[in-house]
Unconditional design. Structure first.
Lengths: 301, 211
């Protein structure tokens, strides 16, 4: 698993658009400790995007793509919504599913990949909005978790249907009035993280995308646990600045305000016992590697 | 026997797939020209003529040759470059051969730069922008090639050639099958052989289809 499989034919190298040449030269495919700190030093796996200026979803995309542990062997499954505007610009294999059936597609995909490539680690990551995950696709979301399908589900929670002008979604907070939901939400935000835990997810996190290091940690954990143990779920607050009446530069502050301990996006985490054990093993291995590298460096010095 | 012929367009918005109009794929050793099955030799001659007649003859290499995913792909890429170099050598004043890649199939609209790449979901943009009047697809997965060829036939007057590694394409105006390094080199030989015998068109626009 490395860049070796991503090579341009020598005789046609010069005609390839520069973004592909850059991907081959300086993207972090195959780098073991890839993470958000590579942003700015290497070619990102997202080219330009067509989201609104200042959209927190674009930050989320950049952090997630920088943090996937195995991007050259990862397939992402998207769904209808703002995310589907971005996937065409993403240099990771991806499938656009019909609205809501992303977890069903991912289930079949993960199984097919394990049959087709038995000796190779293939990760599947679902990335969809709250409408696809919680409203239209809730059946598929839950059934995948009940069946213990080994992939990660990431929900970009912007608390409404932003792409179509602001309709009410299940993850909208109670009482919120949106452009196309003038009465205001009459019931509470669906508690999907709790539902995920009860439905069999081994790793569940709810947070905002204000801190890249945190996103790196939770994405890596979620993918590693899904690979070895079972389903994992991340619910990330990516506010739609247009629909909540904010300016382009106010997205980050909105996330910081919403993640305070008493607010609705205070950090929540659930890890099952087998997942805890796996993470402990991974951490121990990482420590060993670092110690060995340090020792080697000191010997060389 | 169908009367339908696969001709340069613009046919109309959403043209029928040629297969649905009764066009059949060639058997090994054969090719088709405008939907009529012919011996492969005749197709080499016709493809070379079309290239030499065109004002902007263009090769569109797809991911299967652009990416060196195996040794054979890299060799085909070398042959494609050889064909392009031959076209350049044989071009007369006023002719501008081009080599434009289709690196992948992501629907990159509206970010695509039609000057430097072609996308199967809106190939007409690249053809219109560069005024391409004859093109050859090579190394494009069949489904994406069919999609592109149909869009091109529907909306442009470009003559399409498919150098297909599988069973050929009904939706191209001329299609080879079982493409190999040898076949690409042979087409280059034919271009060289016919050099100077074919009069280039003065303009890139051609008349519409006559189906």
């Amino acid at each position: 698993m490395s860049k070796e499989r991503i090579k341009i034919s020598e005789d046609l190298y010069d005609i390839m658009p520069s973004d592909y040449q850059d991907l081959v030269k300086s993207a972090t495919y195959g780098k073991e400790d890839r993470g958000w700190k590579d942003i700015g030093n290497s070619k990102e796996l997202i080219e330009q995007h067509s989201l609104c200026a200042g959209c927190p979803e674009s930050m989320a995309f950049r952090y997630i793509l920088a943090s996937l542990p195995n991007p050259e062997d990862t397939v992402m499954v998207g769904s209808t919504g703002c995310t589907s505007l971005v996937f065409p610009m993403v240099a990771v294999h991806n499938i656009h599913s019909l609205f809501g059936n992303q977890n069903a597609i991912a289930s079949g995909l993960k199984r097919a990949l394990s049959v087709r490539f038995p000796g190779r680690t293939k990760d599947v990551v679902v990335l969809a909005g709250d409408g696809a995950t919680v409203d239209i696709g809730l059946d598929m979301t839950l059934q995948a978790w009940f069946r213990q399908e080994k992939f990660t589900t990431i929900c970009f929670d912007n608390e409404l249907y932003a792409n179509t002008g602001g309709q009410e979604s299940g993850l909208m907070q109670k009482g919120f009035v949106a452009k196309m939901a003038p009465v205001g939400k009459l019931f509470d935000k669906v508690r999907l993280p709790e539902i995920a835990r009860e439905s069999g997810c081994h790793y569940v996190v709810q947070c905002t995308v204000s801190k890249p290091s945190l996103i790196e940690k939770v994405v890596r954990n979620a993918v590693m646990i899904a690979r070895e143990i079972g389903p994992t779920y991340l619910q990330l607050y990516t506010p739609c600045i247009l629909e909540i009446g904010k300016n382009s530069m106010e997205g980050l502050q909105e996330m910081r305000d919403s993640e305070k301990p008493t607010e609705r996006f205070a950090y929540k985490e659930y890890i099952s016992e087998p997942a805890k054990q796996l993470l402990a093993e991974v951490t121990a291995k990482d420590k060993e590697k670092k110690a060995a590298a340090k020792q080697l460096a000191s010997q060389e010095a | 026997m169908t009367q339908y012929r696969v001709l340069p367009g613009p046919e109309h918005f959403l043209p029928p797939s040629a297969a649905s109009m009764g066009i059949c794929l060639p058997n090994p050793g054969e090719a088709h020209i405008n939907g009529v099955i012919v011996p492969e030799e005749k197709a080499y001659e016709e493809a070379a003529k079309q290239f030499l007649m065109a004002k902007v003859p263009t090769i569109f290499p797809g991911p299967l040759v652009l990416w060196a995913w195996n040794e054979k792909a890299a060799k085909k890429a070398t042959a494609v470059r050889h064909l392009y170099n031959t076209l350049k050598e044989c071009a007369q004043p006023g002719q501008t051969p081009m080599l434009i890649p289709m690196p992948d199939y992501r629907p990159k609209y509206p970010k695509i730069n039609p000057e430097v790449e072609i996308n199967p979901n809106h190939p007409n943009l690249t053809i219109w922008h560069n005024k391409i009047d004859c093109c050859m697809f090579i190394g494009v997965h069949c489904h994406q090639a069919n999609l592109s060829l149909k869009i091109i036939r529907g909306g442009t007057s470009c003559y399409t050639i498919a150098m297909c590694a599988q069973a050929g394409h009904e939706d191209a105006m001329l299609s080879f099958r079982d493409a190999s390094v040898e076949k690409i080199m042979k087409l280059a030989e034919w271009v060289r052989k016919l050099k100077g015998t074919v009069q280039p068109r003065l303009t890139s626009a051609k008349s519409g289809a006559s189906n």
